[in-house]
Write a protein that binds this ligand. Sequence first.
Ligand SMILES: Nc1nc2c(c(=O)[nH]1)N[C@H]1C(S)=C(S)[C@@H](COP(=O)(O)O)O[C@H]1N2
Ligand SMILES: [Mo]
Length: 400
Amino acid sequence: MVRRAGTTLKDPTMMPLPVPPEALRLGPLKEGAFTSRLHSERVASWLGLLLGVTFTLCMLTGLWSHFVQHPPSWFTVPAHPSWLYRVTQGVHVTTGLAAVPLLLAKLFTVYPKLFEWPPAKNLRHATERGVLLLLVGGSVLQLATGVMNIFQWYAFGFFFTTVHYWSAWVVIGALTVHVGSKIAVARRGLSKQSLVDDPEPVGGGMSRRGFLTTTGVASGAVVLATVGQTVSPLSGLSVLAPRRPGDGPQGLPVNKTARAAGTQVVEGYQLTVVGASGRTPVMLTLADLQGMPQHTVHLPITCVEGWSAGATWTGVRLRDVLALVGSDGHRPTRVASLQARGHYRSSIVTSGHSRDDLTLLALGLNGEQLHADHGYPLRLIAPNRPGVMQTKWVNQVEVL
Ligand SMILES: Nc1nc2c(c(=O)[nH]1)N[C@H]1C(S)=C(S)[C@@H](COP(=O)(O)O)O[C@H]1N2
Ligand SMILES: [Mo]
């Protein structure tokens, strides 16, 4: 979008922008302030399409993750397929990361529009620009907090989950309005005709095609450098992933260590099982738990931050423990830990999971006794469930 006076277009591929009054023609408001051929509708449309696809996948999987962690009363999260959350959260984090280069390229392509003149032509135009502010601000916030969360860098002063979730709704709303108002422009930009109307300019510098290809390659490189944190065979490529399958004690990454959680001391351990009110709680020692029927399952830990790793777990079925206090697992159950503080010191298990054969209170991991950092002496492991809900250092099970 080269700024030009009037309607005398030398290059019909660039959008005409009216010029401000003489006195204001300074800096970016000057005529011809933006000369790059990359500020074109065709480039903006292609990047918009790619962003639309990555954002939609990222949002749907993100909403699913929120839903699973905060299920409404009418919904029971299914325990199967057991790998589902591993896939949806992998897609969430991967598409979010892929969107980073795409968003930067898109912002570069369209930023001359910031200096559009007049700033607001009418109410509709002013509203569209206001919504754009929310869209750009919200998207930058989403991607920045998401990336920071992956690296567990909580430099912001707010609780990540709440801000990431609510700003997602702002982005969804603003994106819907934006796509609605730009659909005609995007169609034109993506059509074959746009290649005729908007040919590759001759001369030096980067071509539009080259810019799009470079952005696509950057986005693909980001994906390859991180996707191995959940796709184990690619873990060797994952130079940017902070955690990979195989890292950590017993071949499994750790988010919170026993030291950080303050749960190293477990002398005289007992599991308290609290049934419906009126029933006497049942206390189980480690020997009691070891004396119950043992089961072995292969299930992944899937951290919401995007890493995941499969492992083999051995222990007692949650179902069998609940039966000791006369519960059939239909009521929600709180699984709590020795940890005194922290958001993830306990989790709720609903009937889809408590009644499932694969839901264990595990004593062993990959053929050994649980490592302290993996929740010794006892941890919850259930299928199709976020890592934050796989409570470690369990010392209480309570039917709600
Ligand atoms: N009590 C307790 N359990 C917890 C956590 C915690 O902070 N406290 N972190 C959870 C998170 S965020 C993840 S991803 C998994 C990590 O499991 P791992 O350390 O066995 O790999 O444990 C979960 N269980
Ligand atoms: Mo996690």
